[in-house]
Design a protein around this ligand. Sequence first.
Ligand SMILES: Nc1ncnc2c1ncn2[C@@H]1O[C@H](COP(=O)(O)OP(=O)(O)OP(=O)(O)O)[C@@H](O)[C@H]1O
Ligand SMILES: [Mg+2]
Length: 263
Amino acid sequence: MRDAFLSELTEGECLALPFLFEFWAMEHQLPPEGDWRAWVIMGGRGAGKTRAGAEWVRACVEGALPLSPGRCKRVALVGETLDQVREVMVFGESGLLACSPPDRRPEWQATRRCLVWPNGAEAMVFSAHDPEALRGPQFDAAWVDELAKWKKARETWDMLQFALRLGERPQVCVTTTPRNVGVLKELLALESTVVTRAKTEANRANLAASFLEEVRARYGNTRLARQELDGVLVSGASLGCGRGALDGGDAGPGAGHAGARTL
Ligand SMILES: Nc1ncnc2c1ncn2[C@@H]1O[C@H](COP(=O)(O)OP(=O)(O)OP(=O)(O)O)[C@@H](O)[C@H]1O
Ligand SMILES: [Mg+2]
């Protein structure tokens, strides 16, 4: 059936196929329907979170043709440090440049710390170390990577909310491994937030088999594994090391995603 399908495609369609993310995406990587303001993709390490964020930005800014306008024109890309935004969200293996087709690939303008698409859409880069940089500009979309590990998460998240005010329905996509931090728990509790979840294993096809075997064997059913591999928000003490990391832990009341719709 696959061969029959492929043989019917024109050369142009064959070239476009690798970039048709709807075709390749896993369920947790596709944006939920509806009128949400924030979409949180919460998953284990390597579950495909960053790729899903980059593809969502593509879907927001790209139009039907390379030069035609998309739904969004001004996007904020926010990560823990500027280097991480550049190395992961822009230039990384799962980042925006790698997943864009050649005719729609944005150009990186280093001096402006900005990506510019052929249709004029722009994505500006921000670091969670400098929340004040989000005073001034305004956006119709934002992609936030690894919110739960930012040091100034609260300040940066708040500044971003004030800047997310262009267009009819500004939205933010948050791609993160869960951690028991207030800003994430509050976001998950909002009615306007939707969540998709995945364990690391969901992306087994794109990860080395030895990696999964090794980490599952080593971390088994520990609290650290629940957070880092199952993508579950584990409440309680630090998971970095020590006994807490080795107990099987559960997401307690603090893990709340009471308000958010889980898909
Ligand atoms: N739907 C997909 N089709 C093909 N490859 C994919 C897909 N989703 C993710 N990948 C690939 O799987 C690998 C891991 O994905 P990604 O970097 O998005 O994971 P992550 O959850 O952000 O990882 P980390 O926890 O380390 O941040 C990357 O090489 C990425 O390009
Ligand atoms: Mg990632």
